[in-house]
Design a protein. Structure first.
Length: 256
């Protein structure tokens, strides 16, 4: 029998579906789809012997990392003699975006690494690369810098520096080997329905805060450049988030 110009032998074709090679291909596809599905479900198990990492856990990891980052940056500013400055880097949530995203990336990329040297090396290089790229993009699109290491030892274009990279590498080791497993077990112990509902609500709030913060930052840069608002939303931002507000909540931001 011919189909689409190709000779087709139905018995032989059916038998080909059950060859070892075909079975291995189907098994790999099934394993891949199972991993993708595990991102959005609360299924347990897997060949790594731990519960699956899913969307809901990622939201909590982001929130926890962002909160710890805010406390760390606020404490750092205070110890440096700058007084109490709430360094959340956002408009109305206590979650620092950079640290929240960093916590998620650490867990996603490094949680299955078994050697602390690998975690330290990847974490150090990755932290430096992220810090450099974010600083470059901020200056490119907003004309500002939120951090400048030009006066620091072993700095790289003032956007990052090697001592900080090593510090964040050590932090990755602590997170992966000391924090992640207890945190994962605690998240698994929460009531699943409550966990999912709260995670969705929290994700919506975080996303809204991120979009609002970006919009306010763009308007702040345009205002400082002397450009008048083009819409009622820009006028609203100028009234509510004026220069005094921005200097108070983003004290480290410098216009280049």
């Amino acid at each position: 029998m011919r189909k689409n110009g190709i000779e087709w032998n139905e018995p032989q074709s059916r038998a080909a579906l059950y060859t070892p090679a075909a079975l291995r291909r189907r098994w790999r596809r099934r394993e891949l789809f199972g991993k993708l599905r595990g991102v959005f479900t609360l299924e347990n198990g897997g060949r790594y012997g731990e519960s699956a990492l899913n969307f809901y856990k990622i939201v909590y990891i982001y929130a926890l990392g962002g909160l710890v980052g805010t406390v760390w940056e606020t404490t750092f500013e205070f110890l440096n003699g700058n007084g109490f400055v709430w360094c959340n880097g956002s408009i109305f949530t206590p979650f620092n975006f950079v640290y929240g995203a960093g916590g998620v990336v650490i867990i996603l990329c490094l949680r299955k690494r078994k050697k602390w040297r690998e975690v330290f090396l990847i974490g150090s290089i990755g932290a430096g690369a992220v810090e450099y790229v974010l600083s470059f993009l901020e200056e490119l699109f907003l004309g500002t810098r939120s951090w400048d290491y030009s006066d620091y030892f072993l700095n790289i274009d003032g956007r990052t520096n090697i001592p900080y990279m090593l510090f964040f590498g050590a932090l990755c080791v602590v997170v992966v080997f000391l924090v992640w497993q207890p945190l994962n077990s605690w998240l698994d112990s929460l009531p699943k329905r409550v966990m999912k509902v709260l995670a969705v609500i929290l994700a919506v709030i975080i996303l809204f805060d991120l979009l609002l913060t970006l919009a306010v930052q763009f308007r702040y840069s345009a205002r400082m450049a002397g450009r008048a608002p083009l819409t009622f939303l820009g006028e609203f931002f100028d009234r509510v988030f004026d220069n005094e507000y921005m200097r108070l909540h983003f004290p480290s931001k410098k216009f280049m």
